[in-house]
Design a protein around this ligand. Structure first.
Ligand SMILES: Cc1cc2nc3c(=O)[nH]c(=O)nc-3n(C[C@H](O)[C@H](O)[C@H](O)COP(=O)(O)O)c2cc1C
Length: 174
């Protein structure tokens, strides 16, 4: 894959609206997680677990556990990403990495995705219960997955600016 091709996948905007007539098969979700599980993590702890959610009532309930998570209710499938509650400073970095791997793998298959944050802590705890995860796992993010709809997506929360900071702001050389 060329850098241009990879760049195009990275640049794909978040997808918050999905077509309703095309499912994402279970094998596809398994293939995405199978690809992403090879992501490196600090000390190879792999401090992540995934729960594939297809039950509509459960997806609805999860969509109410984050201030900006309502859009996930329109996704054919939602993947909950649970982080190990292990106190290591690297855990959030690790789960962010594996989630990005998932999102890129999804993009490579033509799927759209958008993460959603669950908060506050009580909502993460409620999600853990709904997802039947053991204590010690914190499902603080969901990834909505599906084929992107051509209809305009519900806008990102208005307070969020679009675009990206310029390279000169981000990169310095010494
Ligand atoms: C860790 C993380 C959490 C996010 N949580 C939400 C969320 O709760 N609700 C939402 O609508 N978008 C969420 N997003 C999507 C971002 O708002 C989006 O990636 C960002 O605004 C850039 O938009 P673009 O990718 O469409 O250019 C999240 C993204 C990340 C990486």
């Amino acid at each position: 894959m060329s850098l241009d091709e990879l760049s195009r996948l990275i640049r794909r905007p978040a997808t918050r609206r999905f077509v309703t007539d095309r499912d994402v098969p279970r094998e596809t979700v398994a293939a995405l997680v199978d690809a992403a599980r090879w992501t490196g993590s600090a000390r190879n702890r792999q401090p992540w677990r995934f729960v594939e959610v297809r039950d509509r009532a459960l997806i609805e309930a999860l969509s109410r556990l984050g201030a900006y998570a309502q859009f996930v209710s329109g996704a054919p499938v939602v993947l909950a990403v649970a982080a190990a509650d292990n106190g290591f400073a690297d855990t959030a970095f690790d789960t962010g990495r594996v989630t990005q791997s998932l999102v890129l793998a999804a993009a490579a298959l033509g799927l759209g995705a958008c993460p959603a944050t669950l908060f506050p802590e009580a909502n993460v705890d409620e999600a853990r219960r709904l997802l039947r995860l053991d204590e010690g796992w914190l499902p603080d993010h969901l990834v909505a997955l599906g084929y992107p709809s051509a209809e305009p997506a519900p806008a990102a929360p208005r307070v969020i600016p679009g675009g990206r900071l310029p390279l000169e702001t981000l990169l310095t050389t010494i």
